[in-house]
Design a protein around this ligand. Structure first.
Ligand code: SF4
Length: 144
């Protein structure tokens, strides 16, 4: 019996990424073994949407109130990112999912490395807002 894994919806051909495109992966779990989430859409953000990066820290700092999620055009979308992360956590817990594969470098789903808030394509160490929350609650995050 294979365990169902959570997965960033944009990795499975769902066009939910900020720019309206998606990013396919070769070895995605089969339909009945995956549980798709998109925290940014779950948080009420539209698609396409302005690119966003975490300013002042990473996802862990966002939860501690020390960093914010800001779009390229200067809007503060921190609350939508936090709301989406909380809904993603709740849905994963409801489905008893223990492992998620999340899209690398995203301000929501990134793991280990995210963009640095300068919108210059520069990476910094850190987790996205959703990744930090899921890890805090014992869900294993695999970066894809
Ligand atoms: Fe949604 Fe995460 Fe993919 Fe961004 S990286 S589009 S938040 S699933």
């Amino acid at each position: 019996v294979s365990e169902t894994v959570g997965i960033s919806a944009c990795l499975c051909g769902q066009s939910v990424r900020y720019d309206g495109k998606h990013c396919l992966m070769d070895n995605a779990p089969s339909t009945d073994q995956r549980f798709m989430i998109c925290p940014e859409v779950m948080g009420g953000l539209s698609t396409p949407r302005a690119a966003a990066e975490i300013v002042g820290g990473d996802g862990w700092d966002v939860w501690q109130g020390h960093a914010k999620v800001i779009t390229r055009d200067g809007s503060d979308v921190t609350q939508a990112f936090k709301q989406g992360a909380l809904l993603a956590l709740q849905s994963l817990q409801d489905a008893q999912i223990k492992t998620v594969w999340l899209k690398s470098k995203s301000p929501s789903c990134g793991s280990g490395q995210i963009y640095d808030g300068s919108f210059q394509g520069v990476l910094k160490q850190g987790d996205g807002v959703t990744t930090a929350l899921l890890r805090q609650h014992g869900i294993a995050v695999v970066s894809v």
